[in-house]
Design a binder for this molecule. Sequence first.
Ligand SMILES: Nc1ncnc2c1ncn2[C@@H]1O[C@H](COP(=O)(O)OP(=O)(O)OP(=O)(O)O)[C@@H](O)[C@H]1O
Ligand SMILES: [Mg+2]
Length: 227
Amino acid sequence: MTPGPAILESRALTVRYGDTLAVDAVELAIMPGSRTAIMGPSGSGKSTLVHALAGVVRPDSGEVWFEDERLDLLSEGERSRRRLARMGMVFQFGDLVPELTLVENVMLPLQVLGEKSRHARARALEMLDTLGVADLADRRTGAVSGGQIQRAAVARALVHRPAVVLADEPTGALDSLTAERVLDTLVAVAGATGAALVVVTHDHVVASHLDNLVVVRDGRVAEGAVA
Ligand SMILES: Nc1ncnc2c1ncn2[C@@H]1O[C@H](COP(=O)(O)OP(=O)(O)OP(=O)(O)O)[C@@H](O)[C@H]1O
Ligand SMILES: [Mg+2]
């Protein structure tokens, strides 16, 4: 791929929680179609960085650019719309809606984009099948395992063919074989749709499926660091 402008970029991105400098002047450029692993110790700021890149958390200072637009300058509603339409998110602690079944959860991004229920359901079932949990489509999150929830969350992040997928420990609750399968799916679907993939992980095997490695320490991207 010829190098071009980044699809998602941070400039001097800084996020504080009280006295804690969770993200400290991070410069990061995610290229279209690229595959990046983010690694680093617990508490180093990986989740906060991903949330700021996605516009979930607004930075205290610095800039976030997404598709040639300053995400951090938009209102919360506008940031949500960009995220729902153009990003796929897998949150570290899950955020599927417990009142909905797995397939209804996976249908949500498509419905937000105005797709008709029947079509949305068919596509959601297809994606759940790709992740190996189609047989659980009509169960609520309370009636499936943590790893099955995680796979449904990955299905939801991919179903609307986003420009960027940001996945925070998407395989943390999975055995190593299933983790590899989910990673393969993430890489394959992102590859097929040209999406950039950013995966936070503690797992070196997971990171080895990706092309770039970003190591975060104490809120900073460690130059040339080895995780
Ligand atoms: N909502 C919050 N309020 C206050 N402090 C927070 C909040 N979220 C995170 N922090 C702090 O910010 C720092 C970075 O946290 P973050 O969750 O980004 O780390 P992480 O690298 O994702 O860790 P882990 O690998 O354990 O998931 C930590 O010191 C954490 O305690
Ligand atoms: Mg985290």
